[in-house]
Ligand binder design. Structure first.
Ligand SMILES: C[S@@+](CC[C@H](N)C(=O)[O-])C[C@H]1O[C@@H](n2cnc3c(N)ncnc32)[C@H](O)[C@@H]1O
Length: 330
């Protein structure tokens, strides 16, 4: 999943999980019924590039709508967040959205945190070149595991940025736990600007996750390439078809890989039987109503302060303020 670093990179913190832990996590998921692979395994360099390509597909309204919201309301957002803070972006990807806010926010430093190591390094360097006044820190980490803020940034006024509706990849209870934990890592007084996709017509949602160019399908299949590399596997991605559908009942788009023929794969020396039509669950993308998301944020110890959405109510951006210091505190 990662290439070796030969010399220290300034302000780069490599907190990537131990490869052995990742293999154990993959095997655990493949032993479940239905089989599952966590969405974080989408993101090697190729996966990050494919995701970037997804965001350019006409059906994928999420990115262009969220960007429009930052373009329209960036100044107000920055007023709510405050200037001169340290901005911590989670799952930053190509770090293109923070660019729309930087001149308004004028942060004292920016930490880009992502699991996709090479992509993180490249997008971080590009950001530094585009904003020479900005002190850029990079952390390769898995935020679903315990993590700490790099010591150089601890104790500062902190603001978190979590765009892209990536929060939707968590089950709602896990999303609340994640936000609760974020509050404890960043400390009392932190603010969070978060992008959340909204519930809407099934056809619009299903089109977004089934683009006609087949980029989402390639992205979905790439997870097997990552598993093969991380866990010494021999999955053949061409033996699976991409399936994405909206469950109205659950309020989520589900992504699966469906086997087109019965076969066997080997992962870390373990044999995995796959039936024809069997599905490996790769991602949920929960969709929220504004009130539903506010309830979740309140449960996690935040006060919703502002929400911005587009005229068609496709997407929302929320400004939340931490109101408790300790995780799980009432
Ligand atoms: C849906 S993409 C969003 C990218 C970008 N924030 C945007 O809005 O376009 C999710 C991003 O989160 C990162 N990511 C996913 N799971 C992660 C994890 N467990 N820890 C750290 N980063 C993760 C991925 O590498 C990817 O860059």
């Amino acid at each position: 999943m990662s290439s070796p670093v030969t010399e220290p990179i300034p302000r780069f913190y490599d907190l990537h999980p131990d490869p052995g832990d990742l293999v154990a996590e993959i095997l655990c998921g493949l032993r479940q019924t239905p089989k599952r692979i966590a969405p974080k395994f989408f993101y090697d360099r190729r996966g990050s590039e494919l995701f970037e390509e997804i965001t350019r597909q006409p059906e994928y309204y999420l990115t262009r709508t969220e960007r429009w919201l930052f373009e329209q309301h960036g100044e107000e957002m920055a007023l709510g967040l405050g200037r001169d803070a340290v901005v911590v972006e989670l799952g930053s990807g190509n770090a293109s959205k923070i660019r729309l806010l930087l001149e308004h926010l004028r942060p004292s430093a920016y930490l880009s945190a992502d699991i996709s190591r090479e992509f993180l390094l490249e997008s971080g360097r590009a950001l530094e070149a585009a904003f020479p006044w900005l002190e850029v820190h990079l952390a390769c980490l898995d935020y679903t595991r315990p993590w700490d803020l790099p010591a150089a940034l601890a104790g500062h006024d902190l603001v978190a940025f979590y765009p892209g509706s990536t929060i939707g990849n968590f089950e709602p209870e896990a999303a609340a736990r994640f936000l609760d934990n974020l509050r404890s890592v960043l400390g009392g007084g932190m603010r969070l600007l978060i992008g959340v996709d909204l519930r809407k017509d099934r056809a619009v949602l299903e089109a977004a996750y089934n683009d006609v160019q087949g980029v989402t399908a390639a992205f979905n299949r790439n997870i097997l390439e990552v598993v093969n590399r991380v866990a010494d596997g021999d999955f053949d991605p061409s033996r699976f078809r991409h399936v994405a559908s909206y469950s109205e009942h659950e309020g989520r788009v589900e992504m699966h890989l469906e086997a087109t023929a019965p076969h066997r794969a080997t992962v870390a020396g373990h044999s995995i039987e796959i039936q024809r039509g069997e599905r490996i669950h790769t991602e949920n993308s929960y969709k929220y109503t504004v009130n539903g998301f506010h309830a979740l944020a309140s449960e996690a110890g935040y006060r919703p302060e502002r929400v911005w959405s587009d005229p068609s109510n496709l997407f929302s951006v929320h400004l939340l303020r931490a109101v408790r210091d300790e995780p799980g505190e009432p």
